[in-house]
Design a protein around this ligand. Sequence first.
Ligand SMILES: NC(=O)c1ccc[n+]([C@@H]2O[C@H](COP(=O)([O-])OP(=O)(O)OC[C@H]3O[C@@H](n4cnc5c(N)ncnc54)[C@H](OP(=O)(O)O)[C@@H]3O)[C@@H](O)[C@H]2O)c1
Length: 246
Amino acid sequence: MDITNRTALVVGGTSGIGRGLARRLADAGSTVVVGGRDTGRVDDLETVTIDVTDPGSVSRARDEVLAEHPDLDLVVTMSGVMLFEDLRDPAHFARSETTIDVNLLGTIRVLDAFTPHLLQQGRGDLITVTSGIAFMPFPLMATYGASKAAVHAYSEALRRHLVGTGIGVTELIPPAVATAGQEQVNPNALPLEGFLDEALGLLTQTPTPDEIVVERAQALRWAERDGTYAELLEQRSRPLSTLPGR
Ligand SMILES: NC(=O)c1ccc[n+]([C@@H]2O[C@H](COP(=O)([O-])OP(=O)(O)OC[C@H]3O[C@@H](n4cnc5c(N)ncnc54)[C@H](OP(=O)(O)O)[C@@H]3O)[C@@H](O)[C@H]2O)c1
């Protein structure tokens, strides 16, 4: 994928991986808008306010971006929340609802908002964002894993729906990256810039891979194929003992 001459919107680009990716796209020569609820955090890129859980907000943001940038040709659906849940306590359900609303339905709302424009234009790229956890659960984040597995399945289907239209669908599958508080709790999280170096190295290959799987994500992405699934799931279940009453 060429990233030097694009007009891109990174929804969920107001912090973390999305902001880093947006910066890299801009530094490579692309025109970039970042979206999120808290746009006040960004002073070096054009912003648009968008809450992906609110259909009205999504269509307003779409209209605003397309009015300013009718040649928009790259949309990244980066918005996501990562919430811990205790599934023995039914009160976790509120977290399930939020997670599905932002990570899954929010992704679909944004894709639906921009796909007609890209179809009309006859070219463009959509980048969806899942996680290694889509392929290898981390039981403390149960609905998170479910939401990302769903976005993976959805991305696979969307790619087939768009065959022959000139629109590509690429799934970014990060491992733990040192953003969103991961840097405090996970000493193994990859530093953001190192992750971006590797991810962009893969993204800019021709042809663009369907999935961007950096080395650290491969053990999770391919655990089932590699026969390591049961052992890894066991390891990744140990933090459940940190929940109250366990
Ligand atoms: N960090 C990791 O270890 C890791 C690993 C695998 C996958 N991922 C995925 O990578 C993506 C980015 O994660 P991150 O680590 O960079 O987290 P982050 O720093 O918390 O960034 C999350 C982004 O999502 C946006 N967002 C959250 N709720 C939103 C809403 N309702 N409407 C619009 N935007 C919303 C936030 O913007 P506002 O707050 O301004 O709305 C922010 O820009 C997520 O999809 C995450 O699941 C992260």
